[in-house]
Design a protein around this ligand. Structure first.
Ligand code: MG
Length: 199
């Protein structure tokens, strides 16, 4: 908690503090941490406090913790989100466009979330296709909140692309070309391909 408080202090009031438990805790541990976050105050969300398989476990945490909860990066298809919305288990939904079933499925989950007035914040932290595909869906829905990338520094993604992505000021500009708008640097990719890869 000291570290979280220090980060909050350094980041200042204009930066949202998002704590990701990555589904690692059992119920009593998740509640203990969540209540410590409650006491600290000012934490914008508490992500995946328990592993994704048990909605009952999540419900128990939900009942005992006041800090807003975000879940969904490891929920698959719209059906996995039904219990989340129906039982008010989360304040934010964060499906991953690739893991949850693709562009159409992310759109459908977003529309379901809209009907429950739940904001969307896709977990799209696995490369440029993942990030940009999620972004294209998000500009079509009214309940977009944030999109996640693994780092603010997108150089690791840009090395694969002919035109670098622009996320200056924390805002991702979606490329406007055909399809997702991404154009890959195939020479770079061939030069760094694993042995046996023929592209
Ligand atoms: Mg996460």
């Amino acid at each position: 908690m000291e570290l979280t408080a220090l980060i909050g202090e350094i980041a200042g009031p204009d930066v949202e503090l998002l704590i990701d438990a990555h589904g690692r805790f059992d119920v009593p541990t998740a509640i203990r941490l969540g209540q410590a976050l409650d006491e600290l105050g000012g934490v914008h969300w508490y992500e995946e406090p328990v592993p994704p398989e048990s909605y009952h476990a999540l419900q128990q945490v939900r009942e005992r913790v006041r800090t807003p909860i975000s879940v969904g990066e490891r929920l698959h298809t719209r059906w996995d989100f039904v219990p989340v919305f129906e039982n008010r288990l989360a304040d934010f939904a964060m499906p991953d466009v690739t893991w949850t079933g693709g562009i159409s499925e992310l759109k459908k989950i977003s529309t379901m979330a809209e009907a429950y007035y739940v904001p969307m914040s896709p977990h799209d932290a696995a490369g440029p296709v993942n990030l940009v595909a999620g972004g294209h869906v998000m500009i079509t829905v009214p309940n977009f909140y944030r999109i996640e990338s693994s780092s603010h520094d997108l150089r690791a993604y840009n090395q694969f692309l002919t035109t670098p992505l622009d996320n200056s000021d924390g805002r991702l500009t979606l490329p406007s070309g055909p399809g997702l708008g991404l154009d890959f640097d195939l020479d770079h990719m061939r030069a760094h391909a694993q042995d046996g890869f023929h592209g």
